[in-house]
Design a protein around this ligand. Structure first.
Ligand code: PAF
Length: 278
């Protein structure tokens, strides 16, 4: 496995390859990331993973500092997963002092995470476009746990004519139901126990849809009730949204719909989602 610390070396290697499938990450890799690597292997002859904790997408500098980092462990996981190359650049390389260009995806970035983390998606879109330019992938795999992020990247790629197919990777859950996230290790045992209310609520909402419920408010209340069984939870939002434009909907129709959730626990903020109508 090649390890590149400089964007120019990575790009020179990438330009010599036929077809690359790319998994961008911020490291602290877990099985969810490795499932995206598996998906990448099924798409192209070469698989590249980036590990870069991107400062411009953190609203709170303390969150950036506290973000888990475990690079040696990440390398050994990626090597076992058969990854061909890893890019782990320095901040100064990705954001050179003279750099002046930012990517903003307007409407999709405004609601939900955009409200609670101003500037977050500007940082994400900018770094992802930079990574695409460096890695030159034909395919890029993004986990659906960050559903709004996936939609924003799909929109950016379409708007800017990037010759890249965005592949969605399904949410990978612990056996308890909790969606895997690098941030989960910051949950205390009690917060972890209470956070299981999120997936429990989402699964119950899907069951209610299967039994004929169509009103968003009823489905959102099912999720709210499960999460609020935990006294530490502070709900930022629970929303049934159209998958395409991420606008809230009041009643399910035939259109693809997601139920999005964000909850703040004292140690960490968690997001999750589930498809209500595919
Ligand atoms: O989802 C993430 O880990 C990050 O937002 C990404 C896509 C690697 C950009 O920094």
């Amino acid at each position: 496995m090649e390890i590149f610390h400089h964007s120019c070396d990575m790009q020179a290697w990438a330009l010599r390859q036929d077809s690359i499938a790319f998994v961008p990450t911020m490291g602290a890799l877990h099985e969810g990331h490795l499932s995206l690597v598996d998906a990448a292997h099924s798409k192209a002859g070469k698989v590249v993973v980036s590990i870069f904790v991107n400062p411009t997408q953190f609203t709170d500098p303390k969150d950036f500092e506290k973000y888990p980092r475990n690079i040696q462990d990440d390398f050994s996981k990626l090597k076992s997963a058969g990854v061909d190359a890893v890019l782990c650049p320095q901040v100064e390389d990705m954001y050179r002092t003279a750099s002046q260009t930012w990517v903003e995806v307007s409407n999709l970035a405004q609601r939900w995470e955009g409200t609670f983390r101003p500037g977050h998606f500007r940082g994400v879109a900018t770094v992802v476009l930079k990574l695409f330019q460096i890695v030159q992938p034909r395919f890029a795999i993004f986990g659906e746990k960050d559903f709004q992020q996936v939609r924003i990247i799909e929109q950016m790629v379409a708007d800017l004519f990037c010759p890249i197919e965005i592949v969605r990777g399904e949410i990978f859950r612990e056996s308890s139901g909790l969606a895997m996230s690098s941030r989960n290790i910051r949950l205390t045992a009690e917060e972890h126990r209470q956070a299981l209310g999120i997936s429990r609520g989402l699964f119950q909402a899907v069951k209610a849809v299967q039994q004929g419920e169509r009103k968003s408010i009823q489905l959102e209340n099912i999720v709210r009730a499960e999460i609020e069984k935990g006294s530490l939870a502070k709900i930022d939002y629970i929303a049934s949204v159209c998958e395409k434009n991420l606008e809230p909907i009041s009643r399910l129709s035939d259109e693809a719909t997601r139920l999005l959730v964000a909850v703040q626990y004292p140690s960490v903020r968690l997001i999750d989602n589930i498809a209500l109508v595919i």
